[in-house]
Write a protein that binds this ligand. Sequence first.
Ligand code: CAA
Length: 396
Amino acid sequence: MVVAKEPLPLTLEMTDEHEMLLQAVRDFAQKEIVPVAPHFDETGDFPLDNIRKMGAMGLMGIEVPEEYGGAGMDTLAYVLAMVEIAKADASHSTIMSVNNSLYCHGILKFGTEEQIRRYVTPVAQGEKIGAYSLTEPMSGSDAATMLSRAVLSEDGQHYIINGRKSWVTSGPVADYVVLFTMTDPDKGNKGITAFIIEADQPGFIRGKKEPKLGIRASATSELIFENYKVPVSNVLGKVGDGFKIAMTVLDAGRIGIAAQALGIAEAAYEASVAYARERQAFGGPIGQFQMIQQKIADMKTRIEASRALIYNAVLAKKRAMATGGRFTLEASMAKLFASETAAFVTDEAIQIHGGMGYSKELNVERYYRDARITRIYEGTSEVQRMVIARNELGLR
Ligand code: CAA
């Protein structure tokens, strides 16, 4: 008799619903995003109209159940949609990824029914914007060393928050923020608590919008808290569980960033193939030269390897949801490889395009700038390697 030691692996299936979503998102991205992406990149304006439209399509809460106003789909659907939006414009996909995986996912997983109804539904529908705030000026990769503080009021009804958070995606426009701050500094990472913050309350101050190399239409800023009063009912999960919540949420977020990186890489790759077919040099299209062919072969291979690692992470997440386990390793591998692939592919895309690749007349220079952040945010490549190696070596 054969006894299975582990549950049989679940599989990923591309359903008719996934196909329909893919087609709808592709059409929307090509019609509504591609034509305006250079303008938003140039001005750095926030593409609010498109974000509202994406919300109406269900793209701001793809995995949020329909009863809470989302599309009620799965992580595969999220990944498919992210790739298409990122292919059209990385900034739009950054806003989408924070709303979906860093904001909605965290509240859905750790929030109360009341918190979900109040704070997830309007974001999933694109009426409000969500943000996630972990990083501080002096704590980025070493996330547990934060200096901001939340102190319980004497009557035990509120926490008073003071401190400065940095690099908050959608910080300049967010209506609600999932905030991680220290409630018990003596306990290190076990002294961090997650809160749901409303932006329109006294003591919530938005810092200046950061001027950035890429994803320029995704607004980023500091958030400053000056005696901000938050009710205890807005604690997300348990007091002291904030670090684990932050890390769990980032596991899901990293799959989204991997999909974003894949979308940027695909856009750069498709432009390169078209250019290599059209551009003439030395009596024929440049694609006939082996040095260009090598680039195309390596770009394509790394893109497909990224896709495979992303699907592997989606599958691991599906299994983890069924068994209560984690998918940290698979999410980190997908994010590491896809973001480094996006850097490689966008760089080679410029090389294939030559001078035209360096010009703002084409989109490839934007893809190159936009790809850069995927190796930094939601955990740098160095942090992903640390997570992967620690997992393999059984280290902490
Ligand atoms: N899921 C659940 N729990 C986790 C976890 C995970 N993925 N990772 C760690 N933990 C738990 C550990 O099990 C451990 O718990 P116990 O003490 O109970 O055993 C606890 O958390 C501490 O773990 P570590 O000792 O491994 O923690 P560490 O301090 O060494 O840090 C780290 C590990 C991986 C480097 C982590 O700090 C990290 O991921 N840093 C990067 C942070 C990051 O990604 N920042 C980006 C912020 S978001 C952003 O980019 C802005 C935006 O708006 C998009």
